[in-house]
Write a protein that binds this ligand. Structure first.
Ligand code: AMP
Ligand code: MG
Length: 349
């Protein structure tokens, strides 16, 4: 059935009428066959769920943009099953790329490199570069292997919404718009990969993730972070896409508590839902007094906070919560990625 659907040139009009199969992880052969025929299937990785399609099939890639409602100027990450895969995707694998690959793959590091010839304009949103990652998740690796091609796999959520970290979240966002969901466990890290651009010098972190700036600098000492660049250079790299778009937002208003520095998002003192029954708190400590809150989620450590943040956002939406307050954490290790997501979620558009 998915075969005729994908061959049908009118699929765009029926994007919300697709029958989405729920596949257990022992049905990866079926998931791979759907992808090989141009279908799109969500699957677990160690970061968040990805929405996979054959990276060599431009029509399938277009379906990903359509299903997610993703702006066409925001390029996709190509996922490979082994280090050799990167040679199929990138034009050249520089010594810096090799060092990073050796140190961090498989794992949550996406490397932006000069793109190989066959990589489509649609995939890269017209940029001369391509982002590549080798995930560290047995289901993801096995699916890419069985599909026999690299997979594009953006986060499996409607564009602008919190990334899907459980198959149920993926189903809520994308059911009827994609062909299948491989139903694995909730994801281990809960935040998207670190993205580093090595097409320019010095190499620059475009998005923070579980691989910290410090860890990257231990391998490549001159790596910088986008926020640390000034003026023209930052403007040029901000053209790199994901940094421009609205991101990670639940329907509830997100505010940040305990920030000491000037911030771009809403702080707790600005706009505050008056009714305690519509407030939720998440952080490493408990708010005081607790009677001011309907929901309080205290995480044991920053790793757990990062792992549960997006599913907490989604659960609060389900409960009709109007205001979510996120306690700030020190911006070290994954704390930097966590604060990045919280601040982006807290920006009013
Ligand atoms: P997502 O797959 O939704 O987690 O987002 C992928 C992220 O990688 C976005 O922030 C993209 O802008 C970024 N990205 C993908 N390809 C490139 C590229 N060629 N150059 C710079 N950033 C990229
Ligand atoms: Mg995303």
């Amino acid at each position: 059935m998915w075969r005729s659907r994908w061959n049908d040139r009118n699929w765009e009009r029926r994007v919300s009428e697709i029958e989405t199969s729920l596949l257990s992880i022992d049905r990866l052969g079926d998931a791979a066959a759907i992808i090989a025929a141009g279908g799109i299937v969500a699957f677990p990785t160690e970061t968040v769920y990805g929405l996979g399609a054959d990276a060599t099939n431009a029509a399938a890639i277009l379906r990903i943009f359509e299903a997610k409602g993703r702006p066409s100027d925001n390029p996709l990450i190509v996922h490979v099953a082994d280090v050799e895969g990167v040679f199929r995707v990138a034009k050249e694998v520089s010594p810096i790329a090799q060092k990073l690959i050796h140190a961090f793959w498989p794992g949550p590091l996406t490397i932006v490199m000069p793109k190989g010839e066959w990589v489509s304009e649609v995939l890269c949103a017209g940029l001369p570069s391509v982002a590549v990652r080798m995930p560290k998740h047995s289901v993801a690796i096995e699916l890419i292997r069985r599909a026999g091609v690299p997979l594009v796999a953006p986060s499996a959520n409607r564009s602008g919404r919190p990334s899907g970290t459980t198959w149920e979240a993926v189903q809520d966002d994308l059911s009827g718009r994609i062909d299948g969901i491989v139903c694995g466990e909730p994801t281990e890290l809960g935040l998207e990969s670190t993205v580093i651009d090595i097409t320019q010098s010095p190499p620059c972190v475009l998005r923070h993730g579980a691989i910290s700036l410090t860890a990257l600098q231990a391998v490549c000492p001159d790596v910088v972070s986008l926020e640390d660049l000034k003026g023209v250079e930052q403007v040029r790299l901000r053209k790199s896409p994901g940094t421009r778009h609205r991101h990670y937002q639940p329907h509830a208003r997100v505010m940040v508590a305990g920030l000491k520095t000037e911030v771009m998002g809403n702080t707790l003192s600005e706009g505050w839902a008056s009714n305690p029954s519509s407030r939720a708190w998440i952080g490493l400590s408990s708010p005081n007094p607790v009677s001011d809150w309907r929901i309080i989620q205290v995480c044991e450590n920053v790793d757990e906070y990062a792992r549960v943040l997006f599913s907490f956002f989604r659960e609060m939406d389900r409960l009709g919560i109007e205001a979510i307050v996120c306690e700030s954490v020190p911006e070290v290790g994954i704390g930097r990625a966590l604060m990045d997501r919280i601040l982006r979620a807290s920006v009013d558009e």
